[in-house]
Write a protein that binds this ligand. Structure first.
Ligand SMILES: [Zn+2]
Length: 379
């Protein structure tokens, strides 16, 4: 009898292990970027000095009431509740420099095209030294996957910025990309209305649309087509920061957090994505901190000496704008919470290989030049 019970116990154990292994199968990836959202706001919440500075904040009372708190943890959780209460708890996060957790870009510029190229292709290409609309000579991991039989036409990208068609080299890659003011032919009444609103609502900026359009085009396409690989690049945080509007910057960050929550709700409630989809969130660069006004900017020392004359007064560049953060949740990603990085620092050129590894793919077969997968994000 004892042996029989042991055998049943063993069988149960084997079944539990097998179930865990089956749960860890990742079929789909959602990669989300928030343009230039500093780790400082993500982990410390509202910067009180900026929030009360009339030069940067019109709606001081509003943002303090919504996101202010007596300590940085509570303020950060009020600003980005879904990231803190769900992703950072049930997943893995790096980049809180107050807690010995470091992430940074590897490129030497600290602005967007080099940053997105690094995230999406896994390689640092020093020839990408501006945000000019030049077709990317490198292939993103989306293009590499789309070129294989099993992912063909199951890849979709969405972005607020009008340089994404060049970063993804849509002409060569043929990827489905809905970016900037472009509208796809409407496939349902909701998309007819969305196209109409996009025509009728002016964007504050010439080259970036409001993130609500990017978000709702993405949600609608995902529901209709169920792509396996999804990229969404939100952009408002960077533009409001450049404009010096701290209240708008933090409110955009809060909306982005809600958008991410909505993506996760879709993933969790749709049988196609449920329990087999990883959500990865990161940023293309950081911003300055000292002197205070450098929160608006980002650029390396090399950038300001070479091609950013408007920031030439900052001889050392915008210090700290290489700092980024990364977080992921889903099967195959450990529930480690915040990971300390010791003397090391994780880099954005390792994201593509990490996502490929989660899918069970070997990055070396796609591009051996990619940064290696990050074990911190792998079970
Ligand atoms: Zn920028």
């Amino acid at each position: 009898m004892k042996h029989f019970i042991c055998a049943i116990a063993l069988l149960l154990q084997v079944e539990i292990v097998m179930a865990a292994a089956a749960d860890a199968t990742v079929s789909n990836i959602f990669l989300v970027t928030l343009d230039g959202l500093r780790w400082q706001e993500v982990f410390r919440g509202l910067d009180e000095s900026l929030a009360t500075n009339g030069d940067y904040t019109e709606r001081s009372e509003t943002i303090i009431a919504r996101y202010g708190a007596s300590n940085t943890e509570d303020s950060a959780a009020a600003l980005m509740p879904f990231l803190h209460n769900r992703v950072f708890r049930d997943g893995t996060v790096v980049g809180n420099r107050d807690r010995n957790s470091c992430a940074r870009v590897s490129n030497s510029w600290y602005f967007s095209y080099p940053g997105y190229n690094e995230i999406l292709t896994g390689v640092v290409d020093e020839s990408i030294d501006s945000n000019a609309k030049i077709p990317n000579p490198n292939k993103t991991f989306l293009e590499l996957l789309n070129d294989t039989g099993s992912y063909r036409d199951q890849v979709a990208a969405f972005g607020s910025w009008d340089v994404f068609p060049y970063i993804f080299n849509v002409e060569r890659s043929g990827l489905h990309l809905n970016a900037a003011q472009n509208a796809d032919p409407a496939e349902n009444e909701f998309e007819v209305f969305l196209n109409r609103l996009q025509d009728d609502i002016p964007s504050p900026w010439g080259n970036v649309r409001l993130d609500a359009f990017t978000h709702h085009y993405a949600l609608s396409h995902i529901r209709n087509h169920h792509p396996r690989i999804v990229y969404i690049g939100y952009g408002e945080t960077d533009d409001f920061a450049h404009d010096g509007q701290y209240d708008q910057y933090v409110m955009a960050a809060h909306r982005n957090d809600r958008f991410i929550e909505e993506l996760w709700e879709l993933i969790s409630s749709d049988a196609f994505y449920k329990d087999n989809t990883v959500l990865f969130v990161t940023v293309d660069h950081g911003r300055g901190e000292e002197p205070e006004e450098t929160w608006r900017h980002h650029a390396s020392k090399k950038s300001v000496s070479r091609n950013m004359q408007s920031l030439a007064r900052y001889e050392e560049g915008i210090v700290g704008s290489d700092a980024v953060w990364m977080a992921a949740i889903g099967p195959g990603v450990p529930a480690s919470g915040l990971v300390a990085t010791g003397d090391g620092c994780l880099t954005s050129d390792r994201i593509a290989a990490t996502l490929l590894k989660l899918l069970g793919e070997d990055y070396r077969l796609f591009n051996p030049g990619m940064g290696a997968p990050m074990s911190e994000f792998l079970q």
